[in-house]
Design a protein around this ligand. Structure first.
Ligand code: GLU
Length: 489
């Protein structure tokens, strides 16, 4: 049975990169009828916070992932939170110590740091020099009597090379002689990252470890530990890093945001998931838009690329626009209402629906929909330049005539809208644009936005008249005919 895990540290909200690791594990499990496990790696107590555990679970669920074993789901190999497994790590460390595969190290943090700096200054690799490997019992006692509490180090066994077959990168070889003995238990009795990962992967029967390439250099240490503990090693797949637009590692500056951020901006989860699928994996057949179900069907971790995946926010928006355009509008309304200003929440559902449908083309997320809908909820306030532009003869005449038509034709105006615009343009010797631009500006305060006919229909007769009257009054210097038009009916 295939068993994989996503093992985040709850030190902050998850970013796109971590979420992609979770997704590829989930897909691998689903595709192979395996088990996907969530394990919380919170041994770094100073940086971990249970609030983030909850947030990580919420984010994964929001993206459409579920797990068969985990902190909340339980399972046969729990607990699935490392801070609740400390005695297990201690037992295995004890075993390694007894078998001579580990030894106590009395070096303090500051001593190690000093030596590290000195090695770097001499151009040497800053690895541990194994100095506590062969301490006699008397030396240990002496160090302990100074009040030093030992950490436990794993003794790298003699040997030249260690190799393993990575499912993405192929054969990976490491030179063991460059490694220093590494810490498996810290002086405070908590396990190091390496120890906790290996013990848990072994006890949780993890068959495939799929994780970021940043862990590649840890893998030889983990394999050595598996062997020393007498457990079979899992298969490994190291996912390519995600690089920003300039090719540098993805950072906040390069557009790496948390799933919470994307959720807050109103990206649809299916769009985000689809985008993450393309970060290193290609579904083939030049297809880019695909559902999670299609991805489950086709996912093969061996087809993940080993070169860095490029994060392209424009591509994300391109996909997100497609998902937003096709999303059920009732669902969008549910999502959008909490984002709307208070007064807007009173608008009846059918009008909101029409508004969302008119505004969404070309937009990637719901915050943009809200922003592009502002004109509907609030009468626009034009700036001086816009007022000046509308004050010249032609646009003013256009606006006055539209107002006149609205006064006279009532409901039929919308139906006759195209004809009316055409006639108005012909009559004044204007291009249709010269009619539509001032009208759009007057009604929405902007030169772009949804179809003008949709704007007029959404604002309704009364709404359009109110806005046009207000604007024409503001422009001032109206002729008599215009003044008549502005009289309250
Ligand atoms: N807790 C590690 C991290 O967040 C993951 C370790 C692993 O996948 O082996 O990077």
């Amino acid at each position: 049975m295939i068993r994989v895990r996503f093992a985040p540290s709850p030190t902050g909200p998850i970013h796109l990169g971590n979420a992609r690791t979770a997704l590829f594990n989930w897909l691998f499990a689903r595709h192979n009828g395996g088990v996907f496990i969530l394990r919380i790696e919170d041994t770094d107590v100073t940086r971990s916070d249970p609030r983030y555990t909850q947030l990580i679970m919420d984010d994964l669920r929001w993206l459409g992932m579920d797990w068969q074993e985990g902190p909340d789901a339980g399972g046969p190999y729990g607990p699935y939170v490392q801070s609740q497994r400390l005695s297990t790590y201690q037992d295995f460390a004890e075993k390694l110590l007894e078998e001579g595969k580990a030894y106590p190290c009395y070096c303090t943090q500051s001593e190690l740091e000093e030596r590290r700096k000195a090695a770097l200054a001499r151009g040497r690799p800053p690895r541990y020099d194994n100095r506590c490997r062969n301490l006699s019992e008397a030396e240990k006692k002496a160090l302990e009597s100074q009040g030093r509490r030992p950490s436990l180090r794993f003794l790298i066994p003699p040997g030249e090379k260690l190799a393993f077959e990575d499912m993405i990168r192929g054969r990976c070889e490491f030179n063991l002689s460059v490694l220093g003995d590494f810490v498996i238990m810290k002086a405070d009795g908590t396990p190091s990252f390496h120890m906790a990962v290996v013990v848990d992967d072994a006890l949780m029967r993890i068959t495939h470890v799929i994780r970021g390439e940043d862990h590649l250099s840890n893998t030889p240490l983990h394999i050595l530990l598996f062997e020393a503990l007498g457990f079979p090693r899992p298969h490994y797949a190291h996912l390519p890093m995600i690089a920003g637009e300039e090719g540098d590692p993805l950072s906040k500056r390069a557009g790496a945001f948390s799933i919470q951020d994307y959720k807050g901006w109103g990206y649809l989860p299916e769009a985000l998931v689809n985008y993450m699928l393309l970060l290193g994996w290609s579904p083939g057949q030049k297809q880019e838009k695909l559902t999670l179900a299609e991805a489950v069907e086709r996912f093969d971790v061996r087809h993940v690329s080993k070169s860095p995946a490029h994060f392209d926010p424009k591509k994300l928006d391109w996909l997100a626009e497609k998902y937003l355009r096709q999303a059920d509008s009732e669902r969008l309304i549910e999502l959008i209402v909490p984002l709307l200003p208070e007064e807007a929440k009173k608008v009846e559902r059918p009008r909101l629906k029409a508004l969302v449908e008119a505004v969404r083309p070309g937009l990637a997320n719901l915050s943009q929909v809200v922003k592009e809908s502002e004109w509907f909820f609030k009468e626009p306030v034009l700036d001086e330049g816009q007022i000046t532009a509308l004050s010249s003869d032609k646009p003013r005449a256009v606006l006055a005539q539209v107002l006149e038509a609205l006064e006279g034709q009532e409901e039929s105006f919308i139906k006759e809208y195209n004809k009316f615009i055409k006639q108005l343009a012909e009559k004044g010797g204007l291009a249709p644009k010269e009619v539509m631009m001032p009208l759009r500006l007057a009604l929405t305060g902007s030169t772009h936005g949804p179809e003008l006919v949709a704007v007029i229909s959404l604002l309704g007769h009364e709404g359009c008249k109110r806005r046009l009257k207000k604007l024409l009054t503001q422009i001032g210097q109206l002729n008599k005919n215009e003044i008549n038009l502005l009289k309250e009916t």
